[in-house]
Design a binder for this molecule. Structure first.
Ligand SMILES: Cc1cc2nc3c(=O)[nH]c(=O)nc-3n(C[C@H](O)[C@H](O)[C@H](O)COP(=O)(O)OP(=O)(O)OC[C@H]3O[C@@H](n4cnc5c(N)ncnc54)[C@H](O)[C@@H]3O)c2cc1C
Length: 177
């Protein structure tokens, strides 16, 4: 029964997705961070005014969200940063992507921009890099200066330990990735 429902939901989801082509795949340091540039011919990015996510088909019935970190509305290319260092369908899918592969995805809203200008502190692991870079592209660096701090997800619950080294009190916005 569960599988029938999953299959029906996947069928509906597939209808909302379009095809994109992988242009390049590059491993960053740590090597579990993949930079994936894709061409999305049917997705118009000109009017993006909030942080987006791409719902990506990563398996027969599996979908994961990945953030367009940088994009060029003219060429319709955009870059994803995917953390692939754990055992899951999304990580497995991202690890085996190669230039020339066709993938299925659809854009959706992920997060709004801060309501007013001010300093932004971004705290997150590699999987949040796309979110922060997207915010960078969508905001004016002088009005929204950003500080970034990379942390492993398992350490994030101990944020008070971070405050000694980071001027949290000087920040207007605090974003946890
Ligand atoms: C709006 C949105 C945007 C996102 N954008 C990105 C993005 O740009 N790049 C990106 O890499 N991910 C992003 N993610 C996370 C992504 O959608 C997947 O959840 C992630 O890739 C894990 O999927 P998986 O199938 O590999 O692992 P799962 O099957 O979900 O989990 C497998 C195992 O890995 C563990 N795990 C999952 N993620 C992490 C992690 N970050 N650190 C440590 N352990 C983990 C789980 O706890 C579980 O034990 C985003 C999520 C959302 C909701």
């Amino acid at each position: 029964m569960g599988n029938i429902l999953k299959k029906a939901a996947a069928g509906l989801m597939d209808k909302m997705l379009s095809t994109a082509t992988v242009i390049s795949v590059r491993a960053w340091e740590p090597s579990t961070l993949s930079e994936i540039v894709i061409h999305t011919p049917t997705i118009a990015m000109e009017k993006w005014d909030s942080i987006k996510r791409f719902k990506c088909k990563v398996g027969e019935w599996d979908y994961r969200d990945y953030t367009p970190a940088k994009w060029d509305a003219e060429t319709r290319q955009c870059t994803l940063y995917i953390e692939t260092g754990h055992a899951g369908a999304g990580s497995h899918w991202a690890r085996q992507l190669r230039a020339g592969d066709e993938i299925r995805l659809g854009p959706a809203h992920a997060a709004s921009l801060p309501g007013k200008p001010g300093k932004i502190l971004c705290l997150g692991d590699s999987s949040a890099l796309g979110h922060f870079l997207s915010l960078r592209q969508l905001t004016n660096a002088r009005q929204y200066p950003m500080e970034g701090l990379r942390a492993e997800a398992r350490f994030l619950p101990v944020i008070p330990g971070v405050s000694a080294a980071t001027p949290l009190s000087g920040m207007d916005h605090f974003i946890l990735g």
